[in-house]
Design a binder for this molecule. Structure first.
Ligand SMILES: C[S@@+](CC[C@H](N)C(=O)[O-])C[C@H]1O[C@@H](n2cnc3c(N)ncnc32)[C@H](O)[C@@H]1O
Length: 254
């Protein structure tokens, strides 16, 4: 798994920094190689599980103007759950297996994680899950049809805890609008983090977003029961951190 808070994160302000996008992305793509098993899984399973998407300039980009036909992808019309930053895929593979009446889309840029997700899905005989290797905000803005998603999940996004890196955080001003575009009215955005400062930022950003209403009472939402424990949550708990859940509901017409 890449370690995005490492010191060698490219400096966006350097004169030779790549300028494919107008703001820094929330991930760092390492050249880390996949194992032989992961390479084999990629070759064998990606034709079935991985969406074949048109790119813009960057390899993880999505070309605008070419939204996916969800009914053709899943072979049916069903509620859709999108997980952003699905990592190794533990949460979404489990959820897809436990909820056969819904369709699931894993959005990730970490190739080895996508390979692992496909292997686990294949072993479990799961067919209501697809994956896309792409930058999540572009998936929400350009790949998914407007008002097509029932739930967006973002569990333990990279915290980017150093001051000089917080501008890379995914849940930041500008994000609610792209999430709102993809969600159906009444659709939900579910967030979880073990990083207190990011939890506060998430709540501040979402409270200011006119497209959303809070789906909880009090300071924080109860733990989402559909979220299984992943290594990131376990690590946060082991370090004595509080796990914060938040849920927001897409307002109608906002
Ligand atoms: C800290 S990991 C958490 C993984 C998983 N949600 C879990 O709880 O185990 C965050 C993941 O988000 C992915 N990620 C970060 N920014 C992304 C983006 N803009 N688009 C797609 N994936 C992203 C990273 O590659 C990484 O695998």
């Amino acid at each position: 798994m890449p370690h995005p808070d490492a010191d060698d994160v490219p400096d966006d302000d350097a004169p030779d920094a790549p300028r494919f996008r107008d703001k820094p992305v929330s991930f760092v793509r390492r050249s880390g190689r996949m194992s032989d098993g992961q390479e084999r899984a990629w070759a064998a399973l990606s034709p079935h599980y991985l969406l074949d998407v048109e790119r813009a300039a960057a390899v993880t980009s999505i070309r605008p103007g070419d939204p996916v036909d969800l009914t053709a992808v899943y072979g049916r019309s069903a509620p859709l759950v999108v997980e952003i930053g699905s990592g190794q895929g533990h949460a979404i593979v489990h959820a897809a297996g436990a909820t056969p009446e819904a369709d699931f889309l894993a959005v990730e840029v970490f190739r080895a994680g996508l390979a692992r997700t496909m292997l686990d899905a294949d072993r479990a005989g799961i067919d209501n899950l697809r994956l896309v290797e792409a930058n999540a905000p572009e998936v929400l803005e350009h790949l998914l049809p407007a008002a097509s998603v029932d739930e967006i999940w973002i569990f333990f996004p990279d915290p980017w805890h150093k001051n000089k890196h917080t501008k890379r955080r995914l849940v930041a001003p500008g994000f609610p609008a792209v999430a709102a575009r993809a969600l159906k009215p009444g659709g939900r955005l579910r967030l979880a983090t073990d990083w207190e400062d990011y939890a506060l930022q998430m709540r501040e950003v979402m409270t200011a977003a006119t497209e959303f209403a809070p789906g909880f009472e009090g300071a924080w939402a109860p733990r989402f029961e559909g979220r299984i424990m992943t290594a990131f949550e376990r690590k946060g708990l082991a370090k004595g951190r509080d796990i914060r859940d938040l849920v927001y509901v897409r307002r109608d017409g906002a």
